[in-house]
Structures are given as structure tokens and as C-alpha cells.
Design a protein around this ligand. Sequence first.
Ligand SMILES: Nc1ncnc2c1ncn2[C@@H]1O[C@H](COP(=O)(O)OP(=O)(O)O)[C@@H](O)[C@H]1O
Ligand SMILES: [Mg+2]
Length: 254
Amino acid sequence: MPIIAVFNLKGGVGKTTTALNLLAAIAQRGQRPLGIDLDPQAHLSHILGVEPRNADDTMFAFFMRQRPLDEIAAISPSGVMLCPAHLDLAKIDALLGKGVNIVTRLRLALRDAKMPSMPVVIDCGPLLNALSLNAVFACDLVLVPVSADYLSLQGAKEVERALNALEPVFRRRLPRRYLLTRYDLRRKMSTAIDATMRETFRPEEVAQTRIRENAKLAESPSIRLDIFRHAPSSRGAHDYEALAGELAAHGFVR
Ligand SMILES: Nc1ncnc2c1ncn2[C@@H]1O[C@H](COP(=O)(O)OP(=O)(O)O)[C@@H](O)[C@H]1O
Ligand SMILES: [Mg+2]
């Protein structure tokens, strides 16, 4: 059961867009993935139309009272299974801290023998807090979207440092892929960031696939659709399908 955490320490880099459309691309490949929204802003939950008013019906209850994931999971109108987020998730750090038994909670739940085997995509917020640590500890792959701008690359470098600092805990290098998003060949900045990324990170950890700047990708959240439903022949659909294919070739998606 491959588990992918979509994470960057910068906001607005395409994490939620990537989580949404990777879930859809996995479904296109004939599987039923589970999405987990760990961002208190709950954008993924909003786009998928799963927005419980009561925090107890969201990941908040999973952390606060160990409510089982299968009780929290809801099916979106478009058929995606999602454990939704809630604004109250922002309080988790203050309420529970970052102890080992807290940051490994999601890992234990997802790797429980009773948990049905399915691909999982976790959408993180832009902070290194108990929530994103739960995602990092649970996952098989950290997928780091880097939108083609300088500060996004800075955020990705901070992720690299944070993951490397955790290496003694994992006793291995945590698999990761840096994914260039909002790529536009015509913009100098785009090609410069692309080159810098390939110098900064290990070449094998930079995804071959680039997600191009695409108006259809930008407009699809407003109509609460993934790119395959909104514009199946768009560049956005093509690029996210290619990403799923690349991850499958490396065993991170089946
Ligand atoms: N490839 C893309 N082309 C055009 N717009 C994009 C692309 N990827 C993301 N966006 C837009 O960029 C903004 C930030 O993306 P989002 O996925 O919400 O980032 P994050 O979750 O990292 O904060 C959103 O308005 C989104 O629609
Ligand atoms: Mg987001």
C-alpha cells in the first residue's frame, strides 16, 4: 500500500493541486485511493466537497481521541474517499505536542493489519508541525512540489534539510521526489529554477515529469473538479497522468 505525502514548507506551490490530481490519476489507473487532508485550511476537503462542520468527523478526532480512519473517511460526490480536515487541526500541536507517540499515530493506523490495502495520498500544510511529521513518518514517499519561483525552491531546500535531520530516526534515506510545478518554458525564471533544482537535489530525486502552468488546472478547484473530469485533454491532465506513470515505474503507485 504505497503512501505518498505531498509536502513543501512553502504555501501556494501546488501541494493541494498535486494531491487532488494525483488521487484522480491513481483512480484513472483503476484503483481506489484514499486521500487524507492534514492541512487545517482544508482546501482539499473543500474542493472534494467533504466539509464536516463538526471537528469530530474529521482528522481532528483521529488525533484527539484516536477515532478510526474508516469512521472518518467519507466519499466525495465525485467518488473519492477522503479523511477530511478541519480548522481545529491547527490546535493539534498545542494540545498534543510532538512526542514520538503523537507523530507516529498515522503511521500505526495506516499500517495496521486491519487497514484495507489502498494507495494513500496525504495533503500537508506548509508547516513542520505534528501534522506534517505524522505524514512524513507514515509515508513511503515524500513528494515535494516546487512551483517555478525562488521562494518555493527555498521551501523545498528546508524540506530536504528536515528530512535529512530525521534520517537517524529512520535509519535510511527517506524516499523523496521534487516535482517542478507551474512550469512555463517561456519564462526565464522557470528554466532557471528547473536547472537549479537539478543541481541542488540528487538528480534521481527530481521527478522527470514537470507539471506545466495550465489555466485548466487553476480553474478546476473553483468548480470542484479534478483535472480529468474538468479537462481530460488538457496539459494538466496529461502531466498528472505522466506523474502517476513515473511514480508507478518506481513502485510508489501501483
Ligand atoms: N500547474 C498549475 N498551473 C496553474 N495554476 C496552478 C498550477 N498548480 C497550482 N496552481 C494554482 O496555484 C495556486 C496554489 O496551488 P495549491 O495547490 O493550492 O498550493 P498549496 O496547496 O501548495 O498551497 C492555486 O490557485 C492553484 O490553482
Ligand atoms: Mg494546500
